[in-house]
Every structure is written in C-alpha cells, then in structure tokens.
Design a protein around this ligand. Structure first.
Ligand code: MN
Length: 265
C-alpha cells in the first residue's frame, strides 16, 4: 500500500481549479484534532504551545476538530496547563490567525467564556466550510460512529441544555470527581466493544455527506489516520481522518492552493 504522503503528491499533480474563497489563496488552512491535552502528558502541551507560537501564525486559519483537551469540566477550571493554552491561543488570534474550534466527546463543555478568553470561534458539529473552493464537511467524528448505540444515547442526553446546566452548576471539585467517574466508566465500557463498533459507519458517512452536499469530509475521533476514497452517486469522494497527537508524534493536515499535505511536527 502506498503511503499517505505519496498519495497526496500523486493526486495533486493535475492542475487544480481555483475558485474565489474567503481566504487569500497564498495562505494555508490547517486542521488538527485529538490532542487530548492533560496535565499527565506535558510533551503534548509543549508540542501544541510551540505549534501555536511557530507554525500556526503562518496560516490564515486553524481548525481544531475536537478533543483538544482530554477532559473539560467547565471554562472556569484553572487546572494546568489550561491557562498557558488560553494565553497562547489568545496571542495567536490577536496576531490575525483565525482559530475555529469544534467540541469533541471529551471537551464538549467548552463554552463561551473559553472563546472570550482565547479569541477562538466555536463551530457547529456538523459544519460545511468553503475550503479553498470546495465545500467541505467538518465533524469531530463521534456522530459517525452510529453503531455504538449506548454511546450515542449518552451523547444525545449530555448535549441537552438541561444536562449542561445540571453539570456546570455543580462546584468545580464535584465536576472533577464526576469527570473521573465518567472516564473510568468509559474505559470499562470500551473494553467490551469491538473495533468495528467504535469506528465510523460508512453508510452514515455517505448519508451525512449527501445531506450536506459535500464530497469531502474531514474528521478526527477514531485515531485511525487515513485518507479514504469512495464514491457518492458515481462521483469521487474523500474522507480525511486526522491523527491523534501522542507524546512522540503529531500531524497537521495542511491545505494550500487546493492541494494538501500532511505535516509531521
Ligand atoms: Mn473523540
């Protein structure tokens, strides 16, 4: 099997259409997801801070497609490294790079206060953007794992305003304990689930892409980085799965002038 890098090069040797877009054509759009930042993984925090400082300012926009944090119990949580991250994000958005943030299944309590503190913009899951001329569907990815019925039931419940209010009205210390409990429970539930159940359902992928009139989809969540080619109504379609960051490696999907490359940092 060819590597992803050679696939990108092979695919974009043909001249590409350049349609007007909201971003200058010489600027880059970056996509990352699943950093799972936490106090226990300082290497990932370091890598992200240096990405914000050195790499991201060269881009017109950065899209973070969920699970930036391994857990988020409310915008008032000062646990390290949250404040360092807030500060560096603010610095980046002040310098002119737009940062768009989708909530993941771990950090779906990220809210307006975090956006005010950092200058980032929360975006819907699902969202269609005009990516340098091509309508592109963005999602964290957990919605696509439609075979995991118990998880989908929890997701529906935990995304209601009532549940959100119920949790966020608790004192910080109680929320910390609750987050531990949910993580513990999820670990045990996952042990009994097959790999197939925890991956995306291809039928669901095609349905949502059709609904949103997109032939390109970018998501994270599954930690199975790949570029999948398939067809929708006889037309070529692509699904980009972003890599999770680890203490040893990180990847960025970088679009520029209608071509893409996967950068390792
Ligand atoms: Mn996730």
């Amino acid at each position: 099997m060819r590597s992803r890098k050679s696939l990108c090069l092979a695919r974009f040797n043909s001249p590409s259409k350049q349609l007007p877009t909201e971003h200058p054509l010489n600027k880059e759009i970056l996509f990352i997801s699943d950093l799972h930042i936490s106090l226990e993984k300082p290497e990932i925090t370091r890598r992200f801070l240096s990405f914000l400082k050195d790499r991201a300012p060269k881009a017109a926009a950065v899209y973070i497609l969920g699970d930036l944090f391994d857990a988020w119990i409310g915008d008032d949580d000062p646990t390290p490294p949250n404040n360092k991250i807030r500060k560096q994000l603010k610095h980046l958005t002040n310098s002119g790079t737009k940062v768009y943030l989708q909530q993941g299944n771990r950090d779906f309590l990220l809210g307006n206060k975090f956006c005010e503190d950092t200058g980032v913009t929360l975006i819907d899951d699902y969202l269609v953007i005009d990516l340098l001329g091509t309508p592109t569907l963005l999602t964290h990815g957990d919605l696509l794992c439609s075979d995991d019925l118990p998880y989908q039931a929890f997701r529906t419940k935990s995304h209601t305003p009532e549940w959100r209010h119920y949790v966020l009205s608790k004192p910080l210390i109680i929320r910390l304990v609750m987050a531990r409990w949910y993580r513990f429970r999820s670990y045990f539930h996952k042990r009994n689930k097959t790999q197939e159940i925890m991956d995306v359902n291809q039928g669901t992928v095609i349905n949502v892409m059709r609904e949103h009139h997109c032939l390109r989809l970018i998501h994270g969540h599954t930690h199975r980085p790949a570029i999948h080619d398939f067809e929708i109504n006889g037309q070529p379609a692509q699904r980009f799965v972003l890599a999770a960051w680890t203490k040893d490696a990180a990847e960025i999907l970088c679009w520029r002038n209608s071509t893409y490359q996967i950068e390792s940092i």
